[in-house]
Ligand binder design. Structure first.
Ligand code: HEM
Ligand code: NAG
Ligand code: NAG
Length: 522
């Protein structure tokens, strides 16, 4: 009996909430945002078109296309996207008036961490604490950790080596495409960051899969998929979070769709996976083991005085390091490998540069020998430019009093952003932007002109704190791999699948791999 009136009431409430109130707000236009063109129909009334674009996996590329007709686009009732590199300084520079937007608050756990803390003094306190751990002298001291894990990667790849390809134009036998490079390099970056942050030895590269132990807060344990859980968490959040007011119920509603129900289910173990890693480290600490890693830097300062952080904050900070520190670098490495194999002329030049400093018998490139190789750095930077692992417009919020952006006065508490993807495709700064041209980075003058607009790690006070670790890993791995192996893609026309979540997730990257003939090479 109550069924019909209840359904009617729900329908009316939903109609009010979803249609009537947003339409009234659109026409009231108290912030004066209606003068900006929208990137899609209805984007001035609802955030759903932007969520829809996000679900397509082409958030940044889609906005980049739309910006070809307008430097400022309305992407939601309260959100603007900028498409001109002059906005970078206003949005992300050291002197920006903008802070992080509400999406960071919505996805935050019980304790904020370095990426999602919105309050500026709170962020400054954390950044100072973490900077001590990220100091360059620590990183160089931890180079051996990267080398150890690289050794495990080589063992896995060695055992999958095939016979050399007969000619450089041959198409590999399907059975020889036995290395999913993207999977292996993700296992590598996960192991590397867990070793650097927590002195953990995961057996991922030995077992050839991402299966690990997860631990609930109550101490019960179960098996879970590390990479899968992280991947699906990022995918689900980065699709629905953009409708800030409706995130909770949109997430709930999406679980009625089997595909999304599965994704949310696979995402579930993520917090427990991280919690187990940090808890294991705490147990070793309590047993009195002296270990040299991020965890110990968070527990005490340089003079061994305890930092006295809450356990929740430590878990939260470690979780963001092993989260942000793994998939981003793996994506960068998959991108650079695909690009190098596709451009044999650059691969050859890079190899010649590396061979020059490494002996034939040297297996793992020592950082000292390869850190300053100009073409190696140029290849890595050109990969980060062309396919930035984080391509997205990182959302910022104007201060209550508003802010000047791209010469326009933007009212307070408005969401503002510019995609890194678009910044890297400005043809005035990066001529022929769609082409992979590492040599553009070799001229010191040219490099200086490009650097302010080269923002794969974002910029300013909220720029990436892990940039140097990431370069360390990329430099050692790329130099080592091109020195030891040769590779082939399935075919010249073969293309890797990419899907943008928070980062640009990479699908399978099947390659054939064989050892180069280096005489002494074991
Ligand atoms: C190629 C690899 C990487 C890329 C492309 C990258 C990109 C970024 C970007 C774009 C941001 C800004 C995020 C935002 O505004 O929301 C960021 C922040 C951050 N990244 Fe990275 N990152 C990489 C590697 C790493 C590594 C290896 C670590 C840790 C070891 C790390 C830890 C962090 C942290 C903690 C922040 C927050 C900084 C703050 O807000 O103070 N990242 N990264
Ligand atoms: C991560 O998600 C993307 C997009 O759905 C998918 O292409 C990729 O295969 C996923 N990777 C893993 C390890 O689940
Ligand atoms: C990276 O290292 C350089 C010195 O090599 C230093 O100037 C810079 O501040 C470091 N960056 C970060 C984010 O720690």
């Amino acid at each position: 009996m109550l069924g019909l009136p209840l359904a009617l009431a729900v329908a009316v409430a939903l109609g009010l909430y979803l249609i009537i109130i947003p339409v009234i707000n659109y026409f009231r236009d108290t912030k004066g945002l209606r003068k900006y063109p929208t990137f899609a129909n209805l984007a001035g009334i609802s955030d759903l078109p932007y969520c829809y674009l996000s679900a397509s996996g082409l958030r940044s590329a889609g906005l980049h296309e739309a910006h070809k007709h307008a430097p400022i686009l309305r992407i939601g009732p309260n959100a603007l996207s900028f498409g001109d590199i002059s906005a970078i300084k206003d949005l992300y520079g050291h002197s920006t008036k903008c802070g992080k937007d509400l999406n960071y608050v919505i996805t935050s756990g019980s304790h904020t961490h370095l990426i999602d803390s919105v309050d500026k003094p709170e962020h400054a306190r954390k950044r100072k604490l973490m900077s001590a751990a990220f100091a360059i002298k620590n990183l160089e001291r931890w180079e051996f950790k990267v080398a150890d894990v690289t050794d495990l990667l080589l063992k896995a790849l060695d055992s999958r080596c095939t016979a050399p390809l007969p000619t450089s134009h041959s198409i590999p036998e399907p059975a020889d495409l036995n290395v999913d490079f993207n999977m292996w390099i993700n296992l590598f970056t996960i192991e590397a960051i867990n070793n650097i942050a927590l002195s953990a030895r995961l057996p991922l590269l030995e077992q050839g899969s991402d299966e690990v132990t997860a631990e609930r807060m109550d101490g019960t344990m179960y098996k879970a998929r590390y990479r899968k859980a992280q991947n699906q968490t990022s995918l689900a959040q980065a699709t629905f979070v953009w409708a800030y007011d409706s995130y909770e119920w949109l997430a709930w509603l999406s679980k009625c769709i089997p595909r999304w129900r599965k994704i949310w289910k696979e995402a579930e173990p993520w917090n427990d996976v991280v919690y187990h890693q940090v808890s294991e480290r705490l147990r070793r600490y309590q047993k009195g083991e002296q270990l040299d890693d991020f965890f110990s830097c968070l527990m005490t300062d340089k003079s061994w005085t305890p930092n006295n952080l809450e356990w929740g904050e430590i878990v939260s900070e470690i979780s963001i390091i092993i989260n942000a520190g793994a998939d981003t670098t793996a994506i960068a490495l998959s991108n650079i490998m695909e690009l190098l194999i596709r451009h044999p002329e650059h691969l050859q030049r890079l190899r010649a540069e590396v061979d020059e400093v490494l002996d034939d018998s040297e297996v793992i490139a020592s950082y000292d020998k390869v850190r300053d190789l100009p073409f190696l750095r140029a290849c890595i930077d050109e990969g980060l430019r062309l396919i930035p692992p984080t391509s997205a417009g990182l959302a910022r919020r104007t201060p209550p009093e508003g802010a000047q952006i791209l010469g326009e006065w933007i009212p307070g508490d408005t969401s503002v952003s510019m995609t890194i993807y678009s910044a890297h495709r400005d043809s005035k700064v990066f001529p022929d932007p769609e082409a992979f041209q590492p040599q553009r980075w070799l001229d010191a003058e040219e490099r200086k002109k490009m650097e302010p607009f080269f923002i794969p790690f974002s910029a300013g006070a909220r720029g990436c704190i892990g940039r140097n670790i990431s370069y360390l890993e990329q430099i050692v791995v790329v130099a080592t791999l091109v020195h030891r192996y040769d590779f082939a893609l399935p075919s010249p026309s073969w293309k890797c699948q990419r899907h943008e979540a928070f980062n640009i997730l990479v699908g399978e990257l099947p390659i054939k791999i064989w050892k180069r003939d280096l005489g002494e090479l074991a």
